[in-house]
Ligand binder design. Structure first.
Ligand code: URA
Length: 186
């Protein structure tokens, strides 16, 4: 099966997943982008606008994230954008149980797309992928190499928009990402 078909099948499984739906509401937001993306962005969970449209990062923080991609020369159609939790959490923030379940779908997306670089946007992404809590204020900008991939830790764009220090750090982390990609581009 090719990557696109596998991702469509996964999106279908997410849309039908009884456990995911139990903790969330609105449309499923399975993620979107290039099935062959070399870069994947992982957020937290859809917000209200995302749950209405079934698309990731299309609200205020999403616009900011997509602008930052543009700033460093990334077209949002060439990356893959997703999250560990694929439905708007009924309680606002996703529970640990919700994250640990939802990440199983995310892990399969990671295995299919097999990106070289993964950007972890905030705590939930770190908890889901690195399997531990991260102190984003201290660890942002760090790159962890695992399974032949590079994982860059940074803030969630919503935090970066809210706190000036986080915004400054987020911009610096994107500059670092630009340098990392420059090195690995053929
Ligand atoms: N925050 C996320 O983590 N994902 C979205 O899709 C929107 C907001």
């Amino acid at each position: 099966m090719n990557k696109e078909k596998e991702l469509t099948k996964l999106a279908d499984e997410i849309a039908k997943c009884r456990l995911c739906r139990q903790w969330g509401e609105g449309k499923a937001v399975p993620g979107e982008g290039d099935p062959d993306a070399e870069i994947m962005f992982i957020g937290e969970a859809p917000g209200k606008e995302e749950a209405k449209a079934g698309r990731p990062f299309i609200g205020r923080s999403g616009k900011f994230l997509r602008e930052m991609m543009q700033e460093i020369g990334l077209d949002d159609r060439d990356v893959f954008i997703t999250s560990p939790v694929h439905y708007l959490p009924v309680r606002g923030t996703p529970s640990k149980e919700n994250i640990l379940h939802g990440r199983e779908h995310l892990f399969r997306q990671l295995a299919v797309i097999d990106p070289k670089t993964v950007v972890l946007l905030g705590n939930t992404a770190c908890l889901a992928v690195l399997d531990r809590k991260a102190q984003i204020t201290k660890e942002h900008g760090h790159v962890i190499e695992r399974d032949g991939r590079k994982y860059l830790i940074t803030f969630h764009p919503a935090s970066a928009m809210r706190f000036p220090a986080a915004k400054k750090a987020f911009i610096a982390d994107f500059k670092k990402l630009e340098r990392m990609l420059g090195k690995s581009r053929k």
